[in-house]
Structures are given as structure tokens and as C-alpha cells.
Design a protein around this ligand. Structure first.
Ligand code: C5P
Length: 221
């Protein structure tokens, strides 16, 4: 038996990678599988929440009862999130959003010419979706993720403060990316607390209990 700790609450989640266009047949993306975000969406739904899952391209099926919005680029993810954020009580940013998009993306396929130079891509910064939502007043209770390869504690706590979020969930990228289990560390104003290594769905259920105990009961609007 799982108590419905999020009954009636609206939870907005981002998951998966983003995919940034180079030309009509080529993209820049990353190795995020979406598993952690989808597990959190399932756990939130099991806990009684109304869940909107804004997802980059993944191979996963939407969890039962979850309303999925499919996007590709960070700009599309930002637009989809902003359309929902005002109605959300809780925002959990799990997506591995690309830091940059290709500023000189081509509308026609880039062609290789004999003896020619390779194309030169230029990059522009993507919006920081989590930081933007964290600045909304009133706004949802915001939870961020940090996948780091080293100095997890320092980087995660610094990121929590920089992004202005209440709770930041850290994990080691080399362990978590594409894996079925994860070891989460929770960073909040009280400090850092490690959860045990668990299958992602069990880790997601623990995280949802934690979020439910921290998120204020008032709605965003
Ligand atoms: O800065 P970094 O990408 O490491 O921060 C990770 C957290 O910020 C994650 O919660 C991620 O979903 C979110 N993020 C975002 N928009 C970005 C970059 C990261 O929402 N452009």
C-alpha cells in the first residue's frame, strides 16, 4: 500500500534528452534514456497527482495515466513547460537539456563536397528552463537534478543555490545515465542526505515521498 501523498496536486516533469537540429537529417543529442524522469512521473501518478510529462525523444512508453507532451529541442521544451508551469504545484526538472543549440542550423541537408571543408557549426546558449520556472512568483515548488561526473557534493549544492530551487537531487552521471538503478543524494537547506542504491522506480517513489513532505500545500495560482 502506498499512501496518496500527492492526491489532487499537479506535477509537471521534464524528462529525456533534447535534440538540437543541425540540418533536416542531423541532430545533436545526449545519452539520457528518460528512465529516471519517467519513473518519477509514474511514482507521482501512483501518489495521486495529475501529471504532465514534457519529454524529449525517448524509447519509453508514457506511464499509465500520465499526460505526455512530446518535444524535441530545448526551445520546444521551454515553451511546453511555460504553458503548464503556472497551473503546476510542483515542477521536477529531470531532462538532460542541451546547453546549446546550433545557431546556424540549415534548412537543407549539408552536402559533402569532394575536397571541401567540413561545415562549421556555431552555437548559442539554450534557455535554463529550471532557473526560469524557479523565478516565477507565485510558482511551483521546484526540484532540480544534477548528474555530475566528479565533485558531486560541491557541484550539486552550488547548482541548487544558483538555480534557486528548494531541492536538488544529485547523482553520479557515470552510474545513472541509461542505468536501471540509481543512488540519489538529496540537497536542501538542511544539507545533504543519501538514499540507498535502488531501482529507478523505487528511488522515484522515495523521492516523491520526500517532495510531498516538503512542498507547501497551497497551489501556485
Ligand atoms: O545546469 P545543469 O544542466 O547541470 O542543471 C541541471 C538541472 O537543470 C536539471 O534539473 C535540468 O533538467 C535543468 N535544466 C533545465 N534547462 C536547461 C539546463 C538544465 O531545466 N537549459
Amino acid at each position: 500500500f502506498q499512501p496518496k501523498v500527492l492526491a489532487g496536486r499537479r506535477v509537471l516533469i521534464t524528462a529525456g534528452p533534447t535534440s538540437e537540429k543541425i540540418d533536416p537529417v542531423r541532430v545533436i543529442t545526449n545519452r539520457s534514456s528518460g528512465k529516471m524522469g519517467y519513473a518519477i512521473a509514474q511514482a507521482a501518478r501512483e501518489a495521486g497527482a495529475q501529471v504532465v510529462l514534457v519529454s524529449g525523444p525517448t524509447a519509453l512508453d508514457a506511464p499509465y495515466g500520465v499526460n505526455r507532451v512530446n518535444v524535441e529541442s530545448a526551445a520546444q521544451m521551454q515553451a511546453a513547460v511555460m504553458a503548464e508551469a503556472r497551473q503546476a504545484d510542483i515542477f521536477i526538472a529531470v531532462a538532460a537539456v542541451a546547453d546549446w543549440h546550433v545557431a546556424n542550423a540549415s534548412d537543407s541537408k549539408l552536402k559533402k563536397k569532394a575536397g571541401g571543408q567540413p561545415p562549421e557549426l556555431q552555437f548559442s546558449a539554450n534557455p535554463d528552463i529550471l532557473a526560469d520556472v524557479a523565478q516565477m512568483t507565485p510558482g511551483p515548488f521546484c526540484v532540480g537534478f544534477a548528474a555530475e561526473t566528479e565533485n558531486l557534493h560541491e557541484n550539486a549544492e552550488a547548482k541548487r543555490q544558483r538555480k534557486g530551487v528548494s531541492l536538488l537531487v544529485g547523482n553520479l552521471a557515470q552510474q545513472a545515465m541509461n542505468a536501471d538503478t540509481t543512488e540519489l543524494i538529496l540537497f536542501d537547506t538542511q544539507g545533504a542526505r543519501a538514499l540507498p542504491a535502488l531501482p529507478k522506480l523505487d528511488a522515484a517513489r522515495r523521492l516523491i515521498q520526500e517532495i510531498a513532505s516538503q512542498a507547501p500545500l497551497t497551489t501556485a495560482d
